[in-house]
Design a protein around this ligand. Structure first.
Ligand SMILES: [Zn+2]
Length: 85
């Protein structure tokens, strides 16, 4: 990840995080990167997919290399500890 581990991670919010999500969704071709299910990015509701952080967000932040596109089912599983990145 970062070559400077003491640097503060980039944590996006608001519209920047929205754009970040869009980028990750586009990169993944709107398919979940865990189960390959179609998980389109919906700019209105954002209910179909979510960014899944590979390393903890508070340490590694919101960077493309630390993010995978995930359907809601896999995202929930990951947070329940049933799925590893
Ligand atoms: Zn999935």
């Amino acid at each position: 990840m970062s070559e400077h581990p003491k640097d503060k991670p980039i944590i996006l919010s608001g519209n920047e995080y929205h754009e970040f999500r869009k980028l990750i969704a586009q990169r993944a071709g709107y398919r979940c990167e865990y189960c390959d299910r179609y998980a389109p990015f919906d700019s209105e509701t954002q209910v179909n997919g979510e960014v899944s952080h590979i390393g903890k967000r508070k340490f590694y932040g919101d960077t493309p290399s630390n993010a995978k596109w995930s359907c809601l089912g896999c995202h929930r599983k990951k947070h329940d500890g049933n799925l590893t990145a």
